[in-house]
Design a protein around this ligand. Structure first.
Ligand SMILES: Cc1cc2nc3c(=O)[nH]c(=O)nc-3n(C[C@H](O)[C@H](O)[C@H](O)COP(=O)(O)O)c2cc1C
Length: 202
């Protein structure tokens, strides 16, 4: 069987979600998948970005990451979206990309794929779950197969988020538990996408 195609499409202002996205890419790759790690375009005005040194720095540091395109969604068997929480919701930058996908949706090109999402917030109860659930609304519209990590691996009892890998950025950069949860999240998406492919070709 050909390798499962996994697109990891994320937005990150200051690097936390980027670190989770890289861990997810590593998890999927080591699990035999072909991976495209893609950022969405920055849409915030320069004065907003430059008001935070870490934001401006991260933008520079990730200048070489390819921007997400519709082809990445069409190519993928599984898509993992990463976003910081913004007032309990996905970041506008990620929504802006998602809101360009109407034609793909209309032609049924987004249906029947595995979808899942990961996030970061500054505080422990700052909206991680609502952010992930909000993204699920879109997956329902697309006719996606939502694959959450649940508590299907011991790492989930340490990371504690069955909705998707996540990290509290206010506690510092993601440590090994958060990174392993992101790797596991991606492995699970690969497994389900592979099983679907086997089932469809049977
Ligand atoms: C406009 C805005 C809204 C935010 N809203 C929340 C929030 O509702 N809850 C929270 O805990 N953190 C909130 N944050 C903090 C971000 O979620 C946090 O900085 C982010 O997860 C870090 O991820 P990044 O390093 O990938 O950008 C907000 C940040 C900004 C700029």
């Amino acid at each position: 069987m050909d390798a499962v195609n996994v697109a990891i499409i994320y937005y990150s202002a200051t690097g936390t979600v980027h670190a989770l996205a890289r861990a997810a890419a590593e998890g999927a790759e080591k699990h035999g998948a072909q991976v495209r790690l893609r950022k969405v375009a920055e849409t915030a005005p320069p004065e907003t970005i430059n008001a935070r040194v870490e934001w401006a720095q991260h933008l520079k540091d990730t200048a070489d990451v390819t921007e997400a395109a519709h082809d990445d969604l069409e190519w993928a068997d599984a898509v993992l979206f990463g976003t910081p929480t913004r007032f309990g919701n996905p970041a506008g930058q990620l929504r802006t990309f998602i809101d360009t996908t109407g034609p793909l949706w209309f032609h049924g090109r987004l249906a029947n794929k595995v979808y899942s999402a990961f996030t970061a917030s500054n505080t422990a109860h700052g909206g991680q779950e609502s952010t992930l659930l909000a993204l699920s609304n879109t997956f329902y519209h697309w006719g996606g197969i939502i694959v959450p990590p649940g508590y299907t691996d011991p790492i989930q009892f340490e990371s504690g988020n069955p909705y998707g890998a996540s990290h509290v950025a206010g506690a510092g950069a993601p440590g090994e538990v958060a990174l392993e949860a992101a790797r596991y999240h991606a492995r699970r998406a690969v497994d389900v996408a592979a099983a679907l492919r086997v089932g469809r070709t049977a």
